[in-house]
Structure formats: structure tokens, C-alpha cells
Write a protein that binds this ligand. Sequence first.
Ligand code: ADP
Ligand code: MG
Length: 251
Amino acid sequence: MSADPKLRVERLQAWFGDRHVLRDVSLEVPASSVMAVIGPSGCGKSTFLRCLNRMHELVPGARSDGGVFLDGEDLYRRGVDPVLLRRRVGMVFQRPNPFPTMSIRDNVAAGLKLNGFRGTLDEIVERCLRQAALWDEVKDRLKAPATSLSGGQQQRLCIARALAVEPEVLLMDEPASALDPVATAKIEELMHELKERYTIVIVTHNMQQAARVSDYTAFFYMGELVETGATERIFTNPGEQRTEDYVTGKF
Ligand code: ADP
Ligand code: MG
């Protein structure tokens, strides 16, 4: 992988109380690439993602150890504001979660209360909706409630909302698993465009989706990173038996 990765994870550990759920995970994600995180349910994929923007520490009793570096900067060092960090490393969840009482426009603008962003609010809203491939579908109804959109549109709205604060990294936790096949295809298509500007880490339990959208794949099993590498290699020539068993559907 590249000499200067966008994200570097070093010996990451995570616990819920006494329960050790991530063990000694080290990996790198190059800039402008998509990394898929795969593995059986409960293996620690979501926890891993939440450690990357320090959301894991919001869970009562949860803690972590080890390092996460963004462009070489230690995200866990004293002095890093986790709230500002989560703007640089945004998250999109499995269930589309737009603010239900707000309009489409206000959802995109929701994170922009602080000053310092480029352009007027309307320009930012349009840019983000275009980037999320939603603009053409909503440009005539920006004041309509977010809940008037389909599930797939709501998920693209959540992506637009995440983009509005100009993140560098987008974390996506099974972003299409609640969506129908057409909406899923739109999200996958969108990821190819987004990775030009953003670095993306996506959790998916859909092997075909991982193969379609990602450049790199990390396979987790029971809290350990078994193997990581170029997606094509992981799927065609895995170096570990457990990876092969998983990608060929043996468990
Ligand atoms: P995955 O996303 O791969 O399904 P998770 O990261 O959600 O896995 O979970 C990893 C492990 O941590 C599992 O054993 C799960 O039961 C446990 N876990 C997840 N969330 C919590 C929580 N809030 N409190 C206690 N244990 C949790
Ligand atoms: Mg999960």
C-alpha cells in the first residue's frame, strides 16, 4: 500500500466492559480508495468503524487502545476535539436517519451552523445533493419533509448531509443493506464517484458488493483482522484458509 496512507490504524484494541472485541488490528487505507470491511456478524466490523472517528468511546463502559492516524495525525492524542474530528471523518449508518421533522434542504444544512464553510447555504446544499446524486430528484421540492423521500433517497440525503461539513473520510456501516436492489445499485454507483474526493471505509456483509465497490478488503473474524489486501487478491487468491472459507460462502 502507499507510503502515506490517509488512514493508518495501529494495534487497535477495543472493549465493551470486560469484553475484548477488537484485538490488535493494524491496517492502512490509501487516500481516494474504498476499503470494504467484511466478516461474520459480531466479528467487530461496526466497532472498528466507530473507533475510526471515536464514536466507540460514546458507548458507556467502552474503551479502546492503540492508534488511529489521519494523514499521520494521532486522532486519540490529547487536544483533539472529537466533535470536530467527526466532521473530518463522517459516518453513514445502516438505517437512513434523516432528521424527520426537517425539510430536505435543512437536513443537508443541519451540520453547518458553525461558520467557515465555503459558499452560501443554498450553494452548499446544491453541491452536496449533486454529489450524492440526489439533486435532480429533489431540486423542485427542497422544502418538502425528508420523510417524503423513499428509503434510498433518504440514504443519499444522509450522504449529502455527511458531505456538507467537508469530511476527508466517509465511514459507511452497511449503507445499503436496508435498501432495495435499485436503490442499492445507486449507492454503489455513487461510491465510485465519491472516492475521487474522499477516502471511504464501508462495512458490508454482501460479498458481491465488496467485490464491486472496493479497492481493498479487510476480513475480520472474532475481533481479529485475519487478512487485508487488494480486493481482487482477497477474493481470488486469499492467503488464509478462514478468508477463503468466508469469501466462498462456507460460513
Ligand atoms: P459486527 O458489526 O461485525 O456485527 P459489532 O462491532 O457490532 O460486530 O460487535 C462486536 C462484538 O461486540 C459483538 O460480540 C457484540 O455482541 C459486541 N457489542 C456490540 N455492541 C455492544 C454494546 N453496545 N455493548 C456490549 N457489547 C457490544
Ligand atoms: Mg455491524
